[in-house]
Design a protein around this ligand. Structure first.
Ligand SMILES: C[S@@+](CC[C@H](N)C(=O)[O-])C[C@H]1O[C@@H](n2cnc3c(N)ncnc32)[C@H](O)[C@@H]1O
Length: 213
């Protein structure tokens, strides 16, 4: 299993312990995900999830796009940061994960803000109309470049793209596998794109924050 943090475990635990505890539903979602799903470590967890909620709330976002729902942890966190009339569209290709996500959205007062679109995200993106205020990219790494190309035009000027796993457990420094190279190529593409300014944060597995000019 890849190591999804570059931070020493005890520091990660300290950060977790000093981050506001999410609603009890999130702990239940974590337990069910670890009990029922393959690769449960894909879930963003408390620290990154709370950071996403902060980004949504602090930016005043009203429309959020997510690529990579999985069992819904990050979607539900970001939905909490939206105003009552806010909207979050989230895409995934895995029906089992989507079923779990939908069951938890139904149990949260914020779930009604979320629309889950099942199918290949690149196809779903073709059907969406902008503008979105914030987009979170967290799906198949090989498509990150294509997601970037599809998402940027849907984002309003001043809007934010957040891409997860951009340090890829440190493999960006010595890329070997196809996904390693895809992340390296994605980071270089963002860094060279004059339409954005960006910061690569060493939170968890690396988060790229890119603000559209
Ligand atoms: C890292 S997980 C997302 C984790 C989620 N953000 C969370 O916090 O729980 C990646 C997800 O991308 C989905 N995915 C992979 N390829 C996809 C595609 N082509 N279109 C849409 N979703 C895809 C997978 O099914 C998986 O659920």
């Amino acid at each position: 299993m890849p190591k999804l943090t570059l931070v020493p475990p005890e520091i990660e635990e300290y950060a977790h312990a000093h981050t506001t505890a999410p609603a009890p539903l999130f702990e239940e979602l974590r337990e069910i995900t670890y009990a029922q799903m393959a690769s449960p470590q894909m879930q963003v967890g408390r620290v990154e999830g709370t950071f996403l909620r902060f980004l949504v709330a602090l930016s005043g976002a009203r429309r959020v796009l997510e690529i990579g729902t999985f069992t819904g942890y990050s979607a539900l966190m970001m939905a909490e940061g939206l105003p009552d009339d806010g909207e979050l569209v989230t895409c995934d290709i895995n029906p089992k994960a989507a079923e779990v996500a939908r069951s938890f959205f139904a149990r949260s007062p914020h779930g009604r803000k979320i629309q889950l679109r099942l199918g290949p995200a690149l196809e779903t993106l073709k059907t969406l109309e902008g503008p979105f205020d914030l987009a979170f990219i967290d799906a198949d790494k090989g498509s990150y470049g294509a997601y970037w190309d599809a998402v940027l035009p849907l984002l309003r000027p001043g809007g934010l793209v957040v891409a997860d796993n951009v340090l890829w457990s440190g493999r960006v420094l010595q890329p070997e596998a196809t996904d390693d190279h895809a992340i390296v190529t994605f980071n270089a593409k963002v860094a060279a794109d004059p339409r954005v300014e960006q910061v690569l944060l060493t939170v968890r597995d690396g988060m790229m924050l890119a603000r559209k000019r």
